[in-house]
Ligand binder design. Structure first.
Ligand code: DX5
Ligand code: ZN
Length: 218
């Protein structure tokens, strides 16, 4: 299996964002994780469309957009059109609309991801697996970078990975929150193949940090 590192620019220094992105890419990171927070689904507000457009212009990296917003159906296509390669949104926010949103993204030629927060059981998205390209299992409560990962979330990663394998499905499993050099191997062993890391990449030297994290999962 291919293991992908997706550095979250939420932890980057926005005054020098381009340099930070280039450094993470040089370190071997394949994807870039883009955290959108609306101040409603989560308490904080991060960044949105104009920043995505600018980032799209300066890199060919795969843009992995994580929408932490209410009413994701209203905005998912716009993020796709502005350059996201994959748009992931929360099951808690989309509910019964999840399948329809995935379909709209697919019609635009984009990938679709479904996200579950720590309190949401894996079972709630089991039926949706064939419709999605990725499941993102949050390993912290969404809303901020730099938190400590919740180990019990890895049981959900194991379950979801086994359902994917049993069903012969083509679906990434991503983990997000609290990834560090001392727990990244656990994430991989549980069955994740896309690993988000914010502070572990952008605090310090992003090139060196990305290269070190990748070494631990390859
Ligand atoms: C949390 C975000 C994460 C966050 C990860 O709400 O979805 O992507 O940026 O940051 P670290 O790796 O610092 O926990
Ligand atoms: Zn995220």
């Amino acid at each position: 299996m291919e293991y992908i590192l997706s550095p979250s620019i939420l932890a980057a220094d926005f005054a020098v964002l381009k340099e930070q992105i280039k450094a993470a890419e040089k370190g071997g990171a394949q994807w870039l994780h883009f955290d959108v927070m609306d101040g409603s689904f989560v308490p904080s507000i991060s960044f949105g469309m104009p920043v995505l457009e600018s980032v799209r212009r300066i890199t060919d990296m795969f843009l992995d957009v994580h929408l932490m917003i209410v009413d994701p159906g209203r905005y998912a296509e716009e993020f796709a059109r502005l350059g996201a390669d994959m748009v992931s949104f929360h099951y808690e926010a989309a509910g019964s609309e999840a399948a329809a949103i995935a379909e709209k993204l697919h019609l635009l030629g984009k990938k679709a991801g479904i996200v579950i927060s720590p309190d949401t059981p894996a079972e709630s998205i089991r039926q949706l697996l064939p419709l999605f390209d990725m499941v993102l299992v949050m390993t912290v409560v969404p809303g901020a970078g730099g938190q400590t990962f919740i180990p019990s979330c890895l049981d959900k990663v194991r379950k979801i990975r086994s359902w994917i394998n049993e069903g012969g499905l083509d679906c990434y499993v991503e983990v997000d929150g609290g990834v560090r050099s001392d727990n990244i191997a656990e994430m991989k062993e549980a069955g994740a193949n896309v690993i988000v890391a914010g502070s572990a990449v952008f605090r310090g030297d992003p090139e060196k940090n990305a290269a070190e994290l990748l070494k631990l999962i390859s």
